[in-house]
Design a binder for this molecule. Sequence first.
Ligand code: ZN
Length: 638
Amino acid sequence: MKSIETSDIICVLKVIIHHNMIIEYSNLNNERKIFLNKELADILYLCRRNQIPVPEINLLIIDSTDPTELPQEIKHRLKIRCMAGVEKPDNFTDLCEYEKNIQTSQSILNNNKLWIIGGGAEGAIYGFYNAVKKITGIRWYGTSESSVRFAKPAEIIEDIYRPELAFRGFEFSPSEEKHDFACRFLKWMVRNGWNLLDINASRWSVYPFRDEFIRMCNAFGIKLAIGCHAVELFVPDSLFETNPEFFGLREGKRCIKAIVSFPDINKKSESRIQPCYSNPKLRDIMTDAIVNFINNHPETYIFSLWPHDGINNWCQCDKCITKAPYEIMYNLALEITKKIKRFLPIELLCYSNMFLIPEKTLQFSNNTYTIFCPYLRRYEHRFFDDGFDEKKLTIGTRYPDPDPINPMDDREYGVLLNRWLPYLRKIGSTPGIFSYYQLVFHDETEKSDRSRYLYHPDYKIVEDEIKKFIELGVKVFYDCSPPYPNFWPDEKFYSYLSAILWEQHQSADEIIAEYYRAVAGERAEVLMNILKNISLSLKDRTNPEIPESLIRTAKGIFSNLTEPISNRYLLWIDYIQMGNDSWKALKNGDINKMIEIENHIINFFEKNRAILEECIDVDYMIRYSKSVINFYKTRENK
Ligand SMILES: [Zn+2]
C-alpha cells in the first residue's frame, strides 16, 4: 500500500472533481491517436481504482517527422534531433542510427502542459509510455490485465528517452490457436519498449490473422523480420523427385533428411540436410522464391535468412565442404540483395557450424547484420570473465567434421565473439545477439537440469553482458527464451531486461527492488530473500538437496501474498520439488522412477493449465518433460 499524504488527497479530489488528464493535441495518425487515447483512459481508470493521484497535466504528443510549428518556448528547449525531412537510409549501419533517432523522445513541461516530442511516431509513442510511467508509476509487468502494478511515481517528469540498441525483439511466430495471446503480447511489447519480431515464414504464410497483426505492429512501431528456419518453403521437398542434385550429399547420396551426429553427447539423430548451395541453379530457384516472398509480403522489414535448423547437417559434396557455412549463407544474402534491387536488411546467423570464421574476407556489404547465438549455456560465467584458456575452445572448431553443440564453458562464446567482431566489421555486417537467458532446455550432457526451474540466470550476468555487448557495438538484441512469456513464477526477468536496452541510469537491482515492492508491498524484502535462497539451493545440481525447512518457510511466505501471485509461487515450489525428485532418481540410475515423476509433472501442468497459461507456455513445459522421457527411453532400448 502507498501511504497517502494530505497533499495527495487534495490532488485526488481535484482530479475527480475538476480534471482528467487528456491528450490535448497530437499529430499522430488516427489509428495511433485512438490507441493512445484508449490507453490513457484505461490508465486513468486504474489510477482512480488504486487511489493514485494524477496531477493536472495535459499531454501534447508530437511526431517530429511531420513538420509541426512548435511554440517558441518549446522549440528552444528541444535537444533531440527533429527528423522532418530526414530520409530513411539505404544501408543497415545508418538505419540503426536513424531508428534510434526516430525512437527517441523528449518531454518538456510548460504551464501544466507536457509536450512529448518524438523523433518519429515511434518516439512519440515510447515518450507517451515513459511519461505516464513517470507520472503515475504504472507498470505493465506481464501480458495479463491482472499484472498491472503501480510503482512510486517519479519526481522529475521531464526526460530524454532514447534506446541504446536500435532493434530489441523476440523470436516469436503468431499462431491461430494463440491469436489472443499474440495481440496481448504486441501490446506488452510497445508498453515496454520492444520493437522487433523474428517470424518463421512458413508459419506466417498460414497465419489467418496476418492483416490484423500487421495493423497492430504498424501502429505500435514493431518491425517484422520474416524468414527464420524455413528453407523448405523456398526449396520444397517435391523438387527432390526431378532434381535430387539440388539437395545435400550425405554418405555419397543426395537426400532430404539423414542421420547426423552430436559428438559431445554421443548421440545421432535424424535431421534435415541443407540443400547443395554450390549448385547455381538451386541458388537461383531459392533466391527467386525468397525475392517473390518479400515482394508479396511488403510487411517484411527485414528478411531473416537462416539455414535449416540443426547442426552438422551441411551438404558434403566436394564444392560445399570447401566453404565455411557462414560464407555460404552470406553469399546467398548478397544474391538476394542484388535481385531485390532496393535496400532490404538481411539477417544472418552465427550459430553452430556457422561459428567457423571463413578463411577469406567476403565481399563488403552493409545490407546485413549477423546474430551471434550463444546457445545452451549454464550461466556460471559471464562471456568475458577471465580464466578461460582459448586453446580449450570446442565450439565452431571442427567443420566439416561434426562440431559439438554444447559449450564446455560460457566463456567459449566470449572468445568466439572477440574473433567475430573484427571480421564482421571488415565485411560490413552489423553485430547482433540472440540471447537465451531464460531458455528452458534439456541439457543432454546430463550435467544440470537448472534451466527447467526458470528464474535463471543471475541478473548481474545478464546486466553486465548486455552492457558489454552495447559497448562492443551490438545493435540488434533478441531474447529467445522460450517458454514465452516466461512470467512464471513472476515477471522479474522482463521487469529489467527492456530497461537495460534503453539509455537509463537505473540499474537492474534497483528495478528488481521496485518490481517486488510493486508486487508484494511490505513483504517485498522477505519475498526477495526467500527467492534468493531457493535459487541458491538449485545452484549445485551434483547435490540435489533442497532443505525441508526452506520449502516450509517458502510456502508460508508465498501463502501470505495476494492472489493470483500467491498461487503461482505455491505451484512453482511444488514443481521444483517434483523436478528435483526426478533429477535425484536420474542421478541414482532409477530411470523408471524418473519417468514416473516426469509423467506426474505432465499431469501437474495439465491440471493447472487454467492458472498457469497466463504466465507461461504450458505446452512447452510439457514438451520438456516428454523430451526427457524420450531421451532416456530411446537410450534404454539400445
Ligand atoms: Zn553441395
